[in-house]
Every structure is written in C-alpha cells, then in structure tokens.
Design a protein around this ligand. Structure first.
Ligand SMILES: Cc1ncc(COP(=O)(O)O)c(C=O)c1O
Length: 576
C-alpha cells in the first residue's frame, strides 16, 4: 500500500514536472503554420521524396486534359514564341549558351524558372538571355540591341533608377580615388555615413558588412550574445538571406536547431513569444505584409492558380505593434530586416512607414548606391561586441571588405542625395500613386476578360491568376516577348523603381495586357468546369506517386538527347 502510494506520488510529481514542458511544446506546435513551410524540418525531409519526372512533347501542352484543338493552338503559340526569341535575341542567347555550363548560378535559375515538369522542355526551346549591355532610364538593353522595360529592379537594389546609381558610382569612385582600396583604415566618408544612418534608423550604432545576409547574421549573433538566449524567431515564409539559421527549411542541407518558424499575423505566435524563455530575437521582413506565411513567390512553384497576395497596411501595422509590445515585455530583440524594403517605402524605411521602432535594423541593397553592402544599426547596448567585466567573452564579427572605401563613397552619395528635394519628391503620394496604378491595371485586365491580377506593396508587385490553370508560368515568356525584363522568379515579383513616370508605366501596362491577350489567344488559359486548383494538385500528386511506384518514367522515352525532351516537328527545325 505504502509502495503504491509512493509510486503514485512519484508518477504525479513526474507528470507535474513534465506538464509545463508539454504545454510549451503544444503552444509551439500551435504557433506553427499548418503548411509544410511552417514545418522546416519536415519540409526538408519531404523535399527529398519529391520525385523528378517531366513531360515530353506529347504531354507538355495537354497536362491539364485540354482538348486537341486547344493543344494545337498552344503548340502553335509556343512555336511562334520560339521563333520570335530565336530571331530577336540571337547574340544574347548564343553568349548565354556559351557560359551556361560554367556558371552554377545560371544553371540553377534557368532550371527553376518554371515548374520542374516543364522545365527542360521550356529551357531547351525558350532560352532566356542572361546578358545585357546597358541601362538607361527605366530600360535595359540586351546584346542584340533590344530595349526592355526593367521590372527586375535588380533584386530590389534599383529604387531610384539606374542613372542615379551610375552617378553614385562615378562620383563615389572619384571621391575616394586618392585613397584607393585601402582596407582597415577608414575614408572620412564613413563618418558621414554613420551619422546619417544613426539619424535615419533612430539607433545608436552602425556596423558595415558586405551583404544583407551578413548584416542579418551579425544582428542575430549579437542578440544571442546579449540576451544569452539561443533561439531566433522568423515568421513563416520570410526571406532573410541564405545563412543557415534563417533558412531552416528546403534549400539548407543541415537542420537549423535554434530557429523557430512561427505563424505570421497570429496570436499563437505571440503566445510563444510571451511564454518561452529561450528566444533571443524576432526577425521581421516587412515585405511579408504582402503575403504573410507564404514564401517569396516564384513561377517555379506556380503549379496551379493558388498564388495570392494582398497588402493590408493597417492590419500589418497592428500586428507589428503587437510584436513590438511582446518583445519589449519579454526582453526579446526586435530586428527589422529592411534589406529589401529599406528606402523603398519611405526615406526612413519600414520603421517610419509603419511607425514602429525596432531594436536593430538591417539595411542593404539600394543603400550601397549600386555597390554591394549590408548594414546593421542597433541600440548601443546590443551592438557592443565585448564585455567590460569578462574580456575573453567576445562576440566576434569582422570582414575583409567591410567599410570598403568605394562602397562607403557610393553609400555617401546615396545618403546625400536622399536628402535632396528631387529625391524627396519621389516619396510624395508614393503609395497612392502605385495603388492607383495597380487598380487601373487590374480594371483593364478584368475588362479584357484576362485571368490576371496584380497585388502590390507600393512599388513591389506580385501577379496572381484568377482561373485555375497549369500554364500561368507561360506569361513570363509572353511578357519578355513584349519587351519586359523579369528576374528569374518571373511574374512572382515585379519591382518598379520609384522614378517610373506615368508614360513609362502606361507603356508597361499596355505590354502586360498585350502579353496576357496573346497567351489567352494561344489557349493557355483554357479551362473546363473540372479544372479546379484542387483537381490540378490531385493530378500532380497522382503523377508523383506513379513515379515513386515506378509506373511513370522520370524521363520520357524516345529522347536521344537524354534531356527528357522529344522535340515536336516544328520545334525540331527551330532548335536545329
Ligand atoms: C529581407 C532580406 N534580407 C536579407 C537579404 C540578403 O541580402 P543579400 O542578398 O545582400 O545577402 C535579402 C535579399 O534579398 C532580403 O530580401
């Protein structure tokens, strides 16, 4: 009897001790987004099981079960595009083909331009040129002399127009010419940059790095050092560079054990921040306001028409206020990662735009005035890299090229110009201008009966598709044919520079409408009642399972080239 009492007692005590841990574990689970994106470890594991298979010529245009006349229409449209690319971009494509085998980045981006089932077929026939020779105004020109309206935004660097950055680089280089590439010591422009960045960020200290990724690494390292806590929190889908700890899921070969990926804009995430004791910092990429909990949109994942975006500034501001409050309450370092949005939404960055003060802010991209950079600004007590009372307990961060004179000089040019009335004018009614442009384009697209819709956060746009389709990714090729330059993520991201004038915008809008009309004419948006997004996903899943079970070849047969592409007659001639 006494023994059983003792056992019960011990069991009860063990349960009581385990309960808080169980509760905290449960809270963490609830705070994860239900998608695979929200479960980094699982998504990494699952990614290994996604089997490769691809469509041959026969399947490529009928993967949605379209009737034969539509398939023929698509094939003819595709062949027209191939011919157009071949005749219009010969030199650019020739040079691209020459280097493709040597440049790994190029191989990656060209493989991931469209969903993998179509990828080798498309890249064999519709190569996208990697070279441009010049830029002017809002256009770039390829090696064949074709001018394109630039919607790549150079990954967000180009906020004020390429001519602006050319001037920053020319004048900056002249400014530091006498010093040259002397590293370690500073050119006096560094003092100006630090002073201005303190004013802009409202924070005490500044450190200079070579990329946004590094600035984020340093912010997190310092937050861990000063809080003596292990974990960083990032919100589901948010990009913060390619360092392992901020990219815990697919793309990183090793697991990130000290990262929590929590639901964006959700009370469950706040509960975790309020209750866990191991959280050093929260990283916020304000661009996620456009698509909370979703990855940066890329056409390679446009399997169906499920992609959606929409920015609610008021709701996102409210959310950020709540995050700020809980971080303050719990001594968690709030880091705004403004590498992308800094200087694009407002001269004072996202802090100014949302009216919220962070403990640390990272900048990069455009701040370099056209040269590579990463910057971290932070509160004094968080930026310190050593402890007065323990001299060996340091938080190390160096970098050979930090504060490179040329980069510091172009940054100085950038920051000086940011104060000029000419630049300030670009921010006047910025949101209103770009919201209005997006609205007008959407009205035109709807009036034309085109299943295309744009959403925007100021000058950053995402395209979504309003009827179910497996071929939305084709729009990027029609857009290029209309003279629009897109980055490798295709229609996932249009990045306008703030200096786009109304006439330029109208020209781009005309081209977007023309591209969508051509794509519609060519039958790529055919749909019958059975073609729903769900049905498309089910079909893809069935194909994957069949591949896993060996019932479907991962590479179609009858393809002597071994690249999975059996060329249709017309395309064979074109490829010759
Ligand atoms: C929000 C954000 N953080 C960090 C980075 C990484 O910057 P970088 O590419 O300069 O390393 C990026 C790059 O796109 C970014 O958008």
């Amino acid at each position: 009897m006494n023994e059983s009492l003792l056992l019960y007692g011990l069991g009860g005590a063990a349960l009581a001790a385990a309960l808080p841990r169980l509760k905290s574990r449960l809270e963490l689970s609830l705070a994860k987004h239900p998608s695979l994106r929200g479960h980094a470890k699982m998504s990494r594991r699952m990614a290994r099981f996604v089997p490769f298979y691809e469509y041959d010529d026969h399947e490529c245009f009928r993967s949605d079960g379209a009737p034969e006349e539509v398939v023929a229409q698509r094939r003819a449209g595709f062949e027209r595009l191939v011919e157009l690319y071949r005749s219009r971009y010969p030199e650019t494509l020739r040079r691209t083909r020459e280097v493709e085998g040597m440049i790994s980045d190029l191989q990656f981006t060209r493989a991931y331009r469209v969903p993998f089932q179509y990828s080798s077929f498309v890249r064999r026939h519709l190569g996208v040129g990697a070279f441009v020779q010049s830029s002017s105004g809002v256009q770039v020109t390829d090696l064949d002399g074709n001018a394109f309206y630039d919607l790549t935004g150079s990954y967000g660097v180009n906020a004020f127009g390429y001519d602006f950055y050319k001037e920053c680089i020319d004048r900056g280089a002249a400014r530091v010419h006498a010093l040259g590439p002397v590293l370690g010591s500073y050119h006096p422009v560094v003092a100006y940059n630090a002073t201005r960045l303190r004013e802009i960020s409202g924070l005490d200290e500044v450190s200079f790095h070579m990329s946004g990724t590094e600035a984020v690494m340093q912010a997190v390292r310092l937050a861990r050092y000063h809080t003596r806590r292990s974990h960083l929190v990032r919100f589901c889908g948010a990009y913060h560079g390619w360092w392992g700890d901020v990219q815990p899921g697919v793309g990183n070969p090793t697991p990130a054990h000290e990262t929590y990926t929590l639901k964006d804009m959700d009370g469950d995430a706040l509960r975790v921040l309020r209750t866990r004791k191991d959280i050093a910092c929260v990283l916020v990429n304000p661009l996620q306001g456009m698509h909370p909990n979703a990855n940066a949109p890329s056409d390679s994942t446009l399997v169906d028409s499920g992609r959606s975006a929409g920015f609610d500034r008021a709701a996102y501001t409210e959310w950020l206020k709540k995050v700020r409050a809980v971080c303050t309450e719990r001594g968690i370092v709030l880091i705004f990662d403004e590498v992308f949005v800094g200087f694009r939404l407002a001269p004072g960055g996202a802090q100014e735009y949302f009216g919220i003060k962070a403990d640390m802010v990272t900048y990069g991209k455009t701040l370099g005035g056209g040269l590579p950079v990463g910057v971290l600004c932070g509160r004094k007590e968080l930026m310190k890299r050593f402890r007065d009372d323990h001299p060996a307990d340091i938080c190390f961060a160096r970098g050979t090229f930090n504060s490179h004179p040329y980069v510091m000089a172009t940054m100085c040019e950038f920051l000086e110009r940011l104060q000029t009335p000419e630049l300030r004018r670009l921010y006047e009614n910025l949101d209103q201008t770009w919201n209005d442009r997006a609205d007008r384009l959407n009205q035109r697209l709807a009036a034309e009966g085109l299943p295309v819709k744009v959403a925007n956060m100021s000058t950053v746009w995402t395209v979504s598709y309003t009827t179910p389709s497996r071929y939305n990714w084709m729009l990027q090729f029609y857009l290029r044919a209309e003279g629009i330059a897109l980055s490798w993520v295709g229609t996932g991201r249009f990045i306008f520079s703030l200096d786009y004038q109304e006439a330029d915008f109208l020209a781009v809008a005309d081209r977007i409408v023309a591209a969508a009309q051509a794509m519609k004419r060519d039958g790529f948006w055919w749909a019958d009642a059975a073609l729903t997004n769900k049905a498309i996903k089910r079909r893809v899943l069935r194909e994957m399972i069949a591949t896993l079970l060996g019932r479907r070849k991962s590479r179609p047969g009858g393809d002597p080239s071994g690249d999975g592409v059996t060329r249709p007659d017309g395309l064979d001639k074109l490829a010759a």
